[in-house]
Design a protein around this ligand. Structure first.
Ligand code: HEM
Ligand code: NAG
Ligand code: NAG
Length: 330
């Protein structure tokens, strides 16, 4: 009798320990899909709605709003630190790579809507993550399940942004090292670079490839770039002309599609970091496999890699806080 009781106890213990692991999708970082299901069931729908309305009138905000998640996650982890204001202009958003980041007011708009509905519940870090998915969906990409449960950090430093965001001149080894430091693979690198299918870039991010490349005079250009593309870009981005913006995926820069890989395969990637994807066997073979389509495979991979990126250095549980205003600590 005693032994069968012990057996029952053992079984109950086993169930108590193992069942929660099976039934909740909490990953090792403490994030899970549907974190707000009970505390703010409308959260994801509210965010999606704001983004839908915003992009209908301001479609050019899709680029910076997607890029914001990258800039948040690579600097101190996905903790919303990219949103913090500094009175002395020493925060991440004051660093040069952030100069063209825009759309902070859209994040604020989502936050305001969420605070009305469920005050103090949804973190700014999670808002950035949800918005990045919503942007992709609203621009023609496929959806994915966003893990949530991030908390907001209290620190944002200009130098952290300078030290953790890759410049457009990075080669494949520097990119590999940086992504590896963040726990991301070469596959994540080539897949996430596909975000450059939407958005614009200022000339100054790539004019070094068009003129006086490696100090050989103004006629010299980056030999890894299609010379016809160089000529076309030189017309827009003159040597001493205005720092205007060009589409990164000309003609479809507002549409999230697989076209980026065709550009890269034709030596028409805009940055050296895009061209660099041809300098590694694994990333090159991904480019080749997607240069004439295969959009469904890219869309699926993109969601997976965005989830990976969204796990970098997250604060969960009781760490950090849930900011009431995204630009300010509580
Ligand atoms: C692999 C390393 C990467 C480098 C070196 C890089 C660099 C850049 C640069 C220099 C710009 C243009 C900024 C400007 O001049 O205005 C840009 C734009 C952009 N990047 Fe990246 N990026 C990288 C990865 C990513 C990732 C992982 C994402 C998101 C998943 C992303 C999303 C974007 C988007 C959407 C834009 C367009 C922004 C706009 O329309 O204003 N990038 N990137
Ligand atoms: C080209 O670059 C070299 C070295 O980087 C520099 O010394 C030279 O002045 C530049 N020439 C022009 C025309 O900008
Ligand atoms: C949007 C934003 O805050 N941009 C800032 C980026 O960084 C420069 C300085 O490097 C600031 O002047 C901008 O205001």
């Amino acid at each position: 009798m005693a032994s069968s009781n012990r057996m029952l106890l053992k079984q109950l213990l086993y169930l108590a320990l193992v069942m929660p692991m099976i039934f909740s999708s909490v990953n090792g970082n403490g994030l899970k899909v549907g974190f707000y299901q009970k505390s703010c069931p409308q959260a994801e729908a509210i965010a999606m709605n704001v983004i839908k309305e915003t992009l209908a009138v301001a479609p050019s905000l899709s680029g910076p709003l997607l890029r914001m998640f990258f800039h948040d996650c690579f600097v101190r982890g996905c903790d919303g630190s990219v949103l913090l204001d500094s009175p002395t202009k020493q925060a991440e958003k004051d660093a040069i790579p952030n100069q063209t980041l825009r759309g902070y007011e859209i994040i604020d708009r989502v936050k305001t809507a969420l605070e009305l509905h469920c005050p103090g519940v949804v973190s700014c870090a999670d808002i950035i993550a949800l918005v990045s998915r919503d942007v992709v969906v609203q621009t023609g990409g496929a959806s994915w399940e966003v893990e949530t449960g991030r908390r907001d950090g209290r620190v944002s430093l200009l130098n952290d942004a300078l030290n953790n965001l890759p410049p457009p001149t990075f080669n494949i080894n520097s990119l590999r090292k940086l992504f590896q430091q963040k726990g991301l693979s070469m596959k994540d690198l080539v897949v996430l670079s596909g975000a450059h299918t939407i958005g614009i870039s200022e000339c100054s991010s790539f004019t070094n490839r068009l003129y006086n490349f490696s100090g050989k005079g103004d006629n010299s250009f980056d030999p890894t770039m299609d010379p016809y593309y160089v000529a076309a870009l030189r017309k827009k981005c003159t040597k001493n002309g205005p720092n205007i913006f060009v589409e990164m995926d000309p003609g479809s820069s507002k549409k999230f599609d697989v076209h980026y890989y065709e550009l890269v395969s034709k030596n028409r990637g805009l940055f050296q970091s895009d061209a660099a994807l041809l300098d590694n066997a694994e990333t090159k073979s991904y480019v080749e496999a997607h240069k004439s389509g295969n959009q469904g495979s890219f869309f699926k991979d993109f969601g997976v890699s965005m989830v990976h990126m969204g796990r970098i250095g997250v604060l969960t549980g009781t760490s950090g806080e849930v900011r009431r205003v995204c630009s300010k600590n509580n």
